[in-house]
Design a protein around this ligand. Structure first.
Ligand code: PMP
Length: 379
């Protein structure tokens, strides 16, 4: 594409954005006003930095099925799904019923309730890993996985893939969205802290490898014999567009880690539950030592889980690694997760996801072709 054409397209894009933003401010006056009110009591006027957006944050009032409604009364088809959490749809009757019944009988004890067993059983069936523990977020799940890999092996080093996001704890807030020159060479990315507040004393313990690059992984493993506890990766990279694993990559990772006595954790916080009933493990047939889940697993309630082999989870069962938390296995979360996993997300739901995916792929491809856009669809 010629430089002038690129410049023209960029200018056109700026115009479109300005146009959309003007439309937003006209249509979403109450959202903008709420944002101003919020600034007085909430840092940045929001409850998570990811909610800060141009030209103003959209404040929602409710959701139903595939639709959400903002405080101005506008209806949206929800393509965001709360970062992929709301696979079951908003206010799914089975989840509403389960949580309503549960809350009337008490919402928190810090003692387990029977729903936790059913959820563990269903996750074991889906993911082929026998033992489970719960937490409250994806961050907690990947943090537990890192701690567990260190506890089991007695080693400190962790391998992480360049550019993946695994939550906001120190060990994995490394090489996430780095800029030049921090990013380092393509075949040997730097262990750069992802944001201020993350100490390099911790991030130095995290070695970075490029995705879909088995030779780089092999070299990293060979360079530090006996020093690496484990590797964590997303089987399909979900926070950098969507990057699927090359044929044989996941099996290669499994073989290499096993060969070097290094544990393997899959972060299926996004891919688990949604890409197939048993996530990428089911899709690609490669079973790690630990899997991390969160998001869609809880039907919309704060949730997180790790599943693992008997050998690995023994470290928790025996108390070598203290996997703990006041809200772990919270009764409301367990009731919602049970309803989501055993009622809402049945075989028909997964067929429907496939159908929606086909519609999206065909629709996007048509638009790309019609407007000759420099884009492509990854199905
Ligand atoms: N892992 C992955 C792959 C994620 O996408 C996210 C969140 N987007 C997390 C972990 C962290 O999850 P949470 O925000 O629930 O802490």
């Amino acid at each position: 594409m010629a430089v002038t054409e690129i410049t023209q397209q960029a200018t056109r894009l700026d115009e479109l954005i300005a146009d959309q933003e003007a439309g937003f401010m006209e249509r979403q006056k109450k959202s903008a006003a709420t944002q101003e009110r919020a600034r007085e009591f909430l840092a940045g006027g929001v409850t998570s930095n990811w909610q800060i957006s141009r030209p103003a944050t959209i404040w929602l009032s409710r959701g139903s099925g595939s639709k959400v409604y903002d405080v101005d009364g506008n209806e949206f088809v929800d393509m965001h799904g709360g970062y992929g959490v709301m696979a079951v749809g908003h206010a799914h009757p089975a989840v509403v019923d389960a949580v309503s019944r549960r809350i009337q009988q008490g919402s928190h004890f810090a003692q387990p309730t029977e729903d936790a067993i059913i959820v563990g059983q269903e996750l074991a069936r889906r993911f082929g890993l026998p033992l489970w523990r719960f937490g409250n977020s994806g961050t907690e799940a990947t943090m537990d996985a890192v701690h567990l890999m260190r506890a089991v092996t007695g080693r400190d080093l962790i391998i992480k893939v360049e550019g993946t996001y695994h939550g906001h704890h120190d060990s994995l807030q490394v090489s996430v969205y780095q800029e030049e020159p921090e990013i380092g060479p393509a075949d040997r990315p730097n262990s750069a802290p992802a944001s201020a507040g993350i100490p390099s004393a911790i991030t130095d313990l995290t070695l970075i490898v490029p995705f879909n690059d088995l030779p780089a992984l092999q070299r990293t493993l060979e360079e530090r014999p006996g020093a690496i506890a484990g590797m964590i990766c997303e089987p399909i990279m979900m926070n950098a567009g969507i990057i699927p694993p090359d044929d044989g990559y996941l099996q290669g990772v499994r073989d290499l880690t096993r060969e070097h006595g290094v544990l393997l954790a899959f972060d299926e916080v996004k891919t688990g539950i949604t890409t197939a009933p048993g996530g990428a493990i089911e899709r690609y047939g490669v079973v790690p030592d630990i899997v991390c889940l969160a998001k869609a697993m809880g039907g919309g309630l704060p949730c997180g889980a790790i599943g693992g082999s008997r050998e690995v989870m023994e470290a928790i069962a025996e108390g070598d690694y203290e996997q703990v938390g006041t809200f772990n296995g919270n009764p409301l979360t367990m009731a919602a997760a049970r309803a989501a996993l055993t009622i809402a997300l049945d075989a028909a739901a997964y067929e429907h996801f496939e159908h929606l995916q086909r519609l999206m792929v065909v629709g996007c491809n048509e638009i790309i072709a019609e407007f000759d856009l420099p884009a492509y669809v990854l199905a």
